[in-house]
Design a protein around this ligand. Structure first.
Ligand code: IVH
Length: 697
């Protein structure tokens, strides 16, 4: 007997099920659908249709059927929500399109300016916006292939996140299979936020307390801690929820033309979407929505830290596009954070990676905005003068969402007369070098450069950080020891570290030494963009690094570029161009790059973009092996739509071999001929898969 595990007409893989009586097969299928219908009613609609005991009966009936006939277990069976074995670590996965952040608006003026930019960009007098709360949780991306949930990932650095599929399966409000009509044979990606309701959070903390376990500071931390569990059975016991806020898919997946339409579609598919979502027109509409939600905020069952405005028509979103990592078509309008009064115990100076001296207020611990705050930034000297903050003062501190806490002002009436004014030192508190402040800058800097241990430590931490070289296990305590013991001065020294060198250090066992050396060795295979970012050039962030890598294609080309050439890169202005060029004028920087190369650091060089409209244009590609996230067909489509060609065999004329896991002899051939071998990430960089065409928000 043959059954297609899903509904009739589906293009799903046909399963051959032997020895299962037709009636049991049908019963299992009915039970799966029925249980998920009740999950939806309970967790999404908040309107249960049957008592819990009856639900449990259905569930155990399905369990026993599946035990009797294991071939009845489908990946979207509700019994599969729990029970996956603990993982040793999370696998890293590339996002199909990047998970970007949103620009922030704080004041009404910011919102008016946003609407003006949008109207000017589109050449329209009135623009329609889809508006919704900004959930204070963690972003995740859920992939459905042929209607079945196959992969769930955290946001990570926006381009690559962690595979938390097994954990997300345990979240009852995430449908394991899309309900109703959905695109057959297609992949759709649903994005949204995982969070915890306040009442569930309180209950969880009670349970934790009773069990003598750690309590969570706020619902957001509790949600994050619960999702990032290596054992999905722990996650399953945590009351996590999900709200969807965007969907994208292959071009022919038939998604609606507006964001609000997409939200309706998501609701039909069984996803929770915010009941507070609306469509409004113009800045006035945005602002009145902000006020309305601001008033209702406390009565929502979960925390929000603002509202989000998105241009409703997806085609218009595409026309507006992105700047850097944020879309021009959307903005987050934040609510002011919570405030509290506390005492300034001291004012200390921190020295950053670029030598910037930041005065930081050490505060008497105070609970505000869901966490205990002990430090607040005072930004710079002028800011301290303006607010007249003194040591011993009582101050108002504010903490909003994920932003660093700040001192709002001083309660002058509470002064005793013993307060002490703060003076910015004229010498670096760490290395004693002169502190300089350029006439047109608010920031004072230590002039010690890499002679200053503080700057050196920060530079090394930056080099090793997740978004740069991604050396796992190299934290600040370790860098402190390595620098203080003069074992490490430059990033090249870092890469030279062997197990024997690490042996004598505090808190460094054999196992962690081995792991660190492995992480160091793994980090050597990187991308040009990450490498440029890792260098820590002033004014060159992650997104500029990507732009520079895509434009110049190689370290040599970048190193020799003049300031004029640098300014031809989109979004690169005189300040960035001048810091890049100053960086490469320093002999010691070039030396470090050369040493890193000699130590085996490899960054896939990519074809420069300036010669053609796209780096993939008129190039020949060969595909081999399985790519982590995209099918061969999709890869081919991506290459072809960027003007490239895909051929079957490797020859001298091949420009790139795109290799996935289990590659064939084509990879060997490519190596023999010295042809560029790239992975999925580089392929995306090459074909500009990050373009707006793929983004439907
Ligand atoms: S839309 C291209 N809508 O805010 C823009 N984001 O700063 C895609 N967030 O990490 C984001 N609620 O996880 C969008 N209703 C909402 C949201 C929302 C919360 C989070 C999101 C992202 C961050 C952006």
């Amino acid at each position: 007997m043959r059954h297609d595990g899903r509904k009739p007409g589906g293009a799903a893989a046909v399963l051959l099920i032997v020895d299962v009586p037709e009636s049991d097969f049908r019963r299992a299928r009915w039970l799966r659908a029925e249980i998920e219908r009740h999950n939806h009613a309970y967790y999404v609609l908040d309107a249960p249709l049957i008592p819990d005991a009856e639900f449990d009966k259905l569930f155990s009936e399905l369990e026993s059927l599946e035990r009797r006939f294991p071939s009845l277990v489908t990946p979207d069976s509700p019994t599969q929500r729990v029970g996956a074995a603990p993982a040793p670590e999370f696998r890293q996965v590339d996002h199909l399109s990047p998970m970007l952040s949103l620009g922030n608006a704080f004041a009404e003026g910011d919102v008016v300016a946003f609407d003006r930019r949008v109207r000017e960009g589109l050449g329209q007098d009135h623009v329609e916006y889809a508006v919704e709360p900004k959930f204070d949780g963690l972003a995740v991306s859920l992939a459905y292939v042929d209607g079945v949930f196959v992969l769930g990932a955290t946001r990570g650095d926006g381009y690559r996140g962690e595979d938390v599929t097994a954990n997300l399966r345990t979240v009852r409000s995430i449908p394991l299979a899309l309900q109703g009509d959905h695109p057959q044979g297609r992949r759709v990606e649903v994005r949204g936020e995982v969070l915890m309701f306040r009442r569930d959070f309180e209950r969880l903390n009670n349970v934790q307390r009773a069990a003598g376990e750690k309590e969570f500071a706020n619902p957001r931390n509790a949600a994050a801690g619960s999702l990032r569990q290596l054992d999905p059975r722990v996650t399953a016991r945590r009351p996590l929820r999900f709200f969807a806020y965007s969907v994208s898919g292959d071009e022919d997946s038939g998604l609606p033309e507006t964001h609000s339409g997409c939200m309706e579609r998501l609701a039909q598919w069984g996803f929770p979407v915010s009941p507070q979502r609306r469509v409004v027109t113009g800045a006035a509409g945005l602002l009145s929505y902000y006020r309305e939600i601001g008033e209702r905020r406390v009565s929502l069952p979960y925390d929000i830290d603002g509202v989000v405005y998105k241009v409703n028509l997806l085609a218009d979103q595409g026309r507006l596009g992105f700047v850097s990592r944020a879309p021009r078509f959307a903005v987050a309008h934040k609510y002011p954070g919570e405030e509290a009064v506390t005492e300034v115990l001291d004012i200390e100076v921190q020295v950053g990676r670029t030598g910037a001296l930041t005065p930081v207020a050490r505060l008497k611990p105070v609970f505000v905005g869901g966490v205990t705050v002990t430090n607040a930034t005072l930004h710079n000297e002028d800011e301290i003068r303006r607010k007249d903050v003194r040591i011993g003062d009582f101050v108002n501190v504010r903490r909003a969402g994920d932003v660093i806490p700040e001192v709002l002002g001083v309660l002058r009436a509470r002064r005793s007369g013993h307060e002490r004014a703060f003076v910015l030192p004229s010498q670096c508190p760490i290395c004693g070098s002169h502190v300089v402040r350029a006439a047109d800058e608010a920031v004072a800097r230590c002039s010690g450069g890499l002679v200053c241990p503080a700057q050196r430590k920060q530079a090394l931490l930056h080099f090793a950080s997740r978004r740069a070289m991604d050396i796992d296990g190299l934290g600040d305590k370790l860098v402190d020891q390595l620098v203080d013991a003069k074992m490490v001065r430059t990033p090249a020294d870092l890469l030279r570290l062997r197990e024997a060198d690490l042996a004598g250090l505090e808190r460094m066992g054999e196992r962690s030494a081995k792991k660190l050396v492995e992480a160091i060795d793994r980090s050597k295979a990187t991308t040009l963009a990450r490498f440029i970012f890792a260098l820590g050039i002033r004014n060159v962030g992650e997104s500029t690094s990507r732009d520079l890598a895509a434009h110049f294609g190689s370290m040599e080309a970048l190193q020799h570029a003049s300031e004029d050439e640098l300014q031809r890169v989109p979004d690169v202005g005189p300040a960035v161009a001048s810091s890049v060029s100053a960086f490469f004028c320093e002999r010691h920087n070039i030396e470090v790059i050369e040493q890193l190369r000699d130590l085996g650091v490899r960054w896939g060089e990519i074809a420069p973009r300036e010669h053609a409209a796209g780096a993939a244009e008129r190039r020949t590609f060969v595909l081999t092996g399985t790519l982590p996230n995209i099918t061969r067909e999709r890869a081919k489509e991506m290459i072809e739509s960027a003007g490239g060609r895909v051929v079957g065999s490797v020859s001298r004329k091949t420009d790139y071999v795109v290799a996935g896991s289990e590659p064939g002899s084509k990879l060997e051939k490519a190596r023999e001929l010295g042809i560029n071998v790239i992975g999925e990430t580089e392929l995306r960089e090459l074909v500009g898969a990050f373009s707006v065409r793929e983004q439907k928000s």
